[in-house]
Ligand binder design. Structure first.
Ligand code: NAD
Length: 358
């Protein structure tokens, strides 16, 4: 019998989600339903074609396309999006793409009050969180604000078929990382734990099928379903050691976001497993009884994703300073966060050794 041993709070995020192959065709109705008229479509330059297709589908409800979304949301791009929205008489944005496009939509919502409708095409999960980030003069400010939550999210698996397989794998691991850390978060709750277990199950089941055939719509559907659940977990809980390390590695060494998550997750989970028995139990249920950290490491090997920080370009000599930075400020984590522990974790992850619990 699983018993939720600690007291909890749960705030439901006021978001509408539509899910299904072809659902993006219903964007015009969705915009009208929200009491909005004309949307500026935001996407990255690489996805301009998708942005234009969405704009055509919106018909009279499209004000145009701004294909300038980039990682880390430069403030100039957010300002330009607002100016374009005013020029083109838009009263909302539709953000189509991964965390970069959704992040741009959130920045416009935060700074200028324009609501955003999200159409996610990766598994990063930003569309389900109140977390925003804006980069100005080389510094990224981040925060949580309910005003940036999309008014509506349309998950259409057909739009994810073109996501390159390599990116799909690391993006999927990024999603699983949200579920894993939600399962041992200090502010976890029974409903989020259910979503995390199911999200981790769905994503781990879908990824090998997507790896074999990126155009398999059933597998894409399962993966996108998993990413929705995992994103909701990220939005509702406080992340721990794994996310802290990814943040430090990204900031200090500019390591790529999703591959860094992919490499580190088995090691961060192994570090916490003994101190997080409920999370381990949930992940064992989701993943056919196997040791969860080892299961993730095996999965990444099978999927051909990077398995070491060395492969991502980190120098061994950087291990100490990253460990120092990761332990400087205290934060919640199931196992005590010590310099020796984190340096050991980083050494194992740097070399790509099998993860060892504790
Ligand atoms: P991304 O949005 O930068 O997309 C990566 C690349 O893939 C882009 O070139 C994009 O155009 C392309 N792409 C996306 N979907 C595609 C598709 N279906 N077909 C073909 N190409 C496609 O990457 P990401 O990993 O989704 O997002 C990473 C960013 O999001 C980071 O800046 C991260 O900090 C942020 N993020 C924020 C939150 C949050 O809660 N605020 C959560 C997760 C990630």
């Amino acid at each position: 019998m699983t018993v939720f041993r600690s007291a909890f709070s749960y705030d439901a995020a006021p978001m509408r989600v539509r899910f299904g192959a072809g659902v993006v065709a219903e964007l015009p109705e969705e915009v009208v339903r929200l009491g909005l008229r004309r949307a500026l479509v935001l996407c990255s330059p690489e996805q301009e074609e998708t942005g234009q297709a969405i704009s055509r589908a919106l018909g009279a409800h499209s004000a145009g396309v701004l294909a300038e979304a980039r990682m880390h949301v430069p403030v100039e791009v957010a300002r330009r999006a607002r100016e374009r929205a005013v020029e083109l008489d838009a009263d909302c944005c539709v953000a189509v793409g991964g965390g970069s496009a959704v992040g741009l939509g959130k920045a416009v919502a935060l700074e200028h009050g324009l609501p955003v409708v999200a159409v996610p095409t990766t598994y990063a999960g930003s569309e389900m969180t109140p977390v925003w980030g804006i980069t100005e003069n080389g510094r990224k400010r981040t925060g949580r604000d309910r005003r940036v939550l999309p008014a509506s999210v349309l998950y259409d698996p057909e739009l994810t078929v073109g996501l390159p397989v390599g990116l799909s794998m690391t993006s999927g691991f990024n999603a699983i990382a949200h579920a894993v850390e939600a399962l041992y978060a200090p502010d976890r709750s029974p409903i989020i734990s259910l979503m995390a277990e199911e999200g981790a199950r769905a994503m781990a089941e879908a990824l090998p099928v997507v790896a074999a055939d990126g155009s398999d719509l059933d597998a894409r559907t399962l993966a996108l379903y998993g990413s929705w659940l995992c994103g909701a977990c990220l939005g509702a809980t406080t992340m721990s050691l794994h996310h802290k390390l990814c943040h430090v590695l990204g900031g200090a060494l500019d390591l790529p976001h999703a591959p860094t998550h992919t490499v580190l997750l088995p090691y961060a989970l192994a570090y916490n497993q003994d101190a997080a028995p409920d999370a381990v139990e949930a992940l064992r249920r989701a993943w056919h009884g196997q040791d969860p950290a080892r299961r993730l490491w095996d999965l990444s090997g099978r999927l051909g994703t990077p398995r070491s920080l060395r492969e991502l370009g980190m120098a061994e000599a950087d291990i100490e300073r990253i460990a120092e930075e990761a332990v400087r400020d205290p934060y919640a984590n199931p196992a005590p966060v010590t310099y020796e522990g984190v340096a050991g974790l980083l050494r194992a992850a740097w070399g790509g050794e099998p993860p060892v619990p504790g």
